[in-house]
Design a protein around this ligand. Structure first.
Ligand code: 5GP
Ligand code: ZN
Length: 115
């Protein structure tokens, strides 16, 4: 069973309480379009198991990171994004710009990305 935080926005998206444009899912991971895209392809990958940031995930449930990257690989190969290229990033804390405290990876693609 996965841990879920009932007050967490992404947990609500995962369980369908809040609608999203889902583009990928498997038994462990869900991916949906970012509501405010910063690239032509901007997808958020979240694990069904709630952890609050990348360091928390590594401490409490490190396998989740592999699950997330495996999902990203499957999705990017399926969409041919591995051919054109893409970026994966995660934010932590205020200076990192993290606004949702459920670990997530941003997948950015569809244009030549600037640093
Ligand atoms: P962070 O800033 O925590 O790294 O990323 C959170 C992301 O979630 C932001 O890019 C933001 O646009 C996106 N976001 C915030 N609320 C919602 C929502 O209700 N639905 C979707 N699909 N994305 C959201
Ligand atoms: Zn959550």
């Amino acid at each position: 069973m996965f841990y879920r935080d009932p007050s967490c926005l992404f947990c609500k998206i995962i369980n369908g309480e809040i609608p999203s444009q889902r583009v990928y899912e498997d038994e462990k991971v869900v991916a949906f379009k970012d509501i405010k895209p910063s690239a032509p392809v901007h997808v958020l990958f979240v694990h069904r198991n709630h952890t609050s940031n990348i360091n928390d995930t590594l401490t409490r449930s490190p396998q989740d990171i592999l699950d997330l990257y495996s999902a990203i690989k499957t999705y990017t190969v399926q969409e041919g994004l591995d051919l054109s290229g893409f970026r994966v990033l995660t934010n932590l804390g205020n200076d990192g710009g993290q606004t949702v405290l459920h670990t997530h990876f941003h997948l950015l693609a569809g244009k030549r990305l600037k640093m």
